[in-house]
Design a protein around this ligand. Structure first.
Ligand SMILES: Nc1ncnc2c1ncn2[C@@H]1O[C@H](COP(=O)(O)OP(=O)(O)OP(=O)(O)O)[C@@H](O)[C@H]1O
Ligand SMILES: [Mg+2]
Length: 250
């Protein structure tokens, strides 16, 4: 098997007396989609906030392409090319698509940005991802549907040349057609070599897109399996604690 781009070994996170991550191992591979599943409160968002550097782990090891790294700040994560698309997306409603896609980029800080270049880059990124439902990149984000917003947020991570894109419940609020669009986008990201980690409560979505499934149960990684080697029923068993995974962790 390929070298993981992300490898977590024994990560621990507590909030006061509450142990939320109890020595978690996790891997993600370039060009592959890993679904992170588990019941409400299992620790999924806490795990990815550690990867994003916004809420550092208390203990444990993080390897990036096999090398130990520190993830103490969001800057550390961004520097490695780890981008997280949060459920609330953090898009600015009053700005248009181009402005949102370039928000916070160094080009802006340096004052060297060029509206025409940004507009072309934004349009080109959406085109590469085969996004055709957005009429104009000068449309205000407030006028976009939930699926289109998700698309803009994901495209922004692509524009940043992310190597790892983590999506926290990207389809939770979407209808059937929009969900299909976002899942197709997720697949294209992986085809371009990006390592994608997707948190989802929807096992139909998970089985449709994921190469690997990692299951958190009360702060412990109870199963990490290849999707093709497991079943919906087994995964539900791991999520609820009704079934114990006996195999090797993928
Ligand atoms: N900042 C915090 N302070 C205290 N407790 C926290 C904090 N963040 C999370 N927790 C607790 O950690 C546990 C795991 O929360 P987390 O948000 O990681 O779960 P989750 O798996 O993402 O759940 P969901 O599916 O509902 O989003 C929960 O019991 C939660 O109450
Ligand atoms: Mg969560």
């Amino acid at each position: 098997m390929d070298q993981p781009i992300i490898e977590l070994r024994g990560v621990v996170k507590s909030f006061g007396p509450v142990d939320v991550l109890k020595g978690v191992n996790f891997t993600a591979y370039p060009g592959k989609i890993t679904a992170l599943v588990g019941d409400n409160g299992a620790g999924k968002s806490t795990l990815i906030k550690g990867l994003a550097g916004v809420q550092p782990y208390d203990d444990g090891e993080v390897l990036f392409n096999g090398e130990p790294v520190n993830l103490h700040t969001p800057r550390d994560a961004a520097h490695l090319g780890i981008e997280v698309v949060y459920q609330d997306l953090a898009l600015c409603d009053n700005l248009d698509i181009v402005q949102n896609m370039f928000l916070g980029r160094e080009e802006l800080a340096a004052g060297t940005f060029d509206e025409g270049v940004m507009e072309r880059e934004a349009a080109e990124t959406l085109r590469q991802l085969s996004v055709r439902t957005v009429k104009s990149v000068r449309q205000k984000v407030s006028s976009l549907s939930g699926g289109q917003r998700q698309t803009v947020a994901i495209a922004r991570s692509v524009l940043k040349k992310a190597k790892v894109v983590i999506l926290d419940e990207p389809t939770a609020a979407l209808g059937v057609a929009q969900t299909a669009q976002v899942l197709a986008l997720v697949k294209r990201l992986a085809e371009q070599g990006v390592s994608v980690v997707i948190i989802s409560h929807n096992l139909v979505d998970v089985f449709e897109v994921a190469d690997y499934i990692s299951v958190l149960y009360l702060g412990q990684m109870v199963a990490s399996v290849e999707t093709s080697k497991t079943t919906n029923e087994d995964v539900i068993g791991y999520i609820t604690g009704a079934k114990t995974y006996e195999g090797e962790h993928a």
